[in-house]
Design a protein around this ligand. Structure first.
Ligand code: NIG
Ligand code: FE
Length: 406
């Protein structure tokens, strides 16, 4: 039969009404760190926020959703994950909790399992984790490669990632794979050569693990510069396991973000603050408290970063080794309890902060023109995310205006 044009569904607008507290992240629209509007409403049209403000002034819409006095926040922007992998490392976690240190070398366990898995298996695993994250309020998720570490395996990991998100990161320089043992520079040649060539078309970002046991400063710089020449924007894993050059390299190279920042010298904090005060886009300090929790490390000094004026994001770093959580609410609770961030600072860092770390202005806020990535909480205000740790509080999630959970 001839293909008939499908009926075009009527374009409908949705009014989310009776919002107890709406966190817009726009301080021109509302009070405090989160731009909070009390007694609010929000209108969604064509996947975007068409209007938000006091409900007494809300325009008419086709459909009404009753928030019943509960709180609405922007969907979480989780700017750091490694969800394309196979296998698990629960035994390694168990051993760590009995005193073994976390080492970058554990990554190779996952590399072996990932290389042995089919494309279908890898995509299936990643899809399950993406859905798990989404049901907990994450509407934007960055996804890295980094468990393939050969041209073919990195490329297929990135293909899987690109099926799930637009925020795809090439992390061929995660660790040196076993076949290049003793020849890290040879591996960097591969990463910056044939691997980059195959991977760049699938990615937006290039990342490197600049750390003892992974890549040194010169190697990391080579990776970032080669990536940039192929059109990829830099981000860095740095200062996770000890002091090192990662943060300063990230700032020098104009990276969008340097992630972990667990061990910072005063000069690192100053470099991040300077980059935030400069004319260009800042290098964001992305803190991953779930990693420090799951590897029994100290927590990063968020207070020093914020007080110095650095830009701070919170991200989950879901991966099988250092942190197997997809819960941004857990990261917020840890940041508040262990890193002395206020609840509002933490929620902002998990939404607007993540957006800045991904250089996005269409997510991480709820004001006119933003994507309708919306989380309705089973709570009267955003403080509850830290106030009720471990309790599921996501009542509904919309992504691009579509109800995806709840
Ligand atoms: O962000 N730091 C390097 N990469 C991951 C850990 C990967 C792993 O242990 O498998 C991280 O912590
Ligand atoms: Fe990571």
């Amino acid at each position: 039969p001839a293909t008939r044009p499908r009926p075009v569904p009527a374009v409908s607008s949705v009014l989310i009404d009776d919002i107890g507290v709406l966190a817009t992240n726009d301080t021109a629209l509302g009070a405090g760190e989160l731009g909070e509007v009390a007694g609010a409403a929000l209108v969604v049209e064509s996947g975007r926020v068409a209007w938000c403000g006091p409900r007494s002034r809300a325009p008419a819409a086709d459909v009404r959703v009753d928030a019943a006095g509960r709180c609405v926040i922007p969907g979480f922007v989780d700017s750091h994950s490694h969800i394309v992998f196979a296998g698990d490392r629960s035994r390694e976690f168990g051993a760590r909790m009995s005193g073994r240190p976390y080492e970058a070398g554990g990554i190779r366990t996952t590399v072996a399992a990932t290389r042995g898995a089919s494309d279908t298996e890898l995509l299936g695993n990643a899809t399950r984790l993406l859905r798990e994250a989404r049901a907990q309020g994450t509407t934007t998720l960055e996804v890295k490669s980094g468990y393939g570490l050969s041209v073919a395996d990195e490329e297929r990991c990135l293909r899987a990632a690109a099926r799930l998100t637009g925020e795809v990161t090439f992390l061929g320089a995660h660790v040196v794979p076993p076949e290049y043992e003793g020849d890290p520079d040879g591996y960097v040649d591969l990463v910056t050569g044939a691997m980059l060539e195959a991977c760049a078309p699938h990615a937006r970002w290039v990342d490197v693990f600049c750390e003892r046991g992974a890549f040194d400063e010169d190697q990391a710089r080579r990776v970032l510069r080669a990536g940039r020449e192929r059109g990829l924007l830099p981000r860095v894993h740095g200062n996770q396991l000890g002091h090192g050059p990662g943060v300063r390299l990230a700032v020098q190279e104009g990276a969008a973000s340097v992630d972990h920042c667990t061990h910072l010298a005063d000069g690192d904090v100053a470099a991040l603050a300077d980059s935030a005060a400069g004319a260009g886009p800042a290098t964001v300090a992305t803190l991953l408290p779930g990693v420090d929790f799951s590897t029994r490390q100290p927590y990063p000094d968020a207070r020093a970063l914020l007080d110095a004026g650095a830009r701070v994001a919170l991200a989950g770093d879901c991966n099988p080794g250092s942190c197997f959580t997809s819960s941004m609410a857990l990261c917020i609770a840890l940041a508040v309890r262990e890193m002395r961030m206020t609840p509002e600072e933490a929620v902002r860092a998990a939404t607007a902060g993540g957006a800045q770390a991904l250089r996005r202005d269409d997510v991480g806020r709820l004001s006119a023109g933003a994507r309708a990535d919306i989380v309705l909480l089973e709570a009267p205000n955003p403080v509850y995310l830290a106030y009720r740790p471990g309790v599921p509080q996501v009542a509904a999630v919309w992504k691009d205006g579509e109800l995806v959970a709840g």
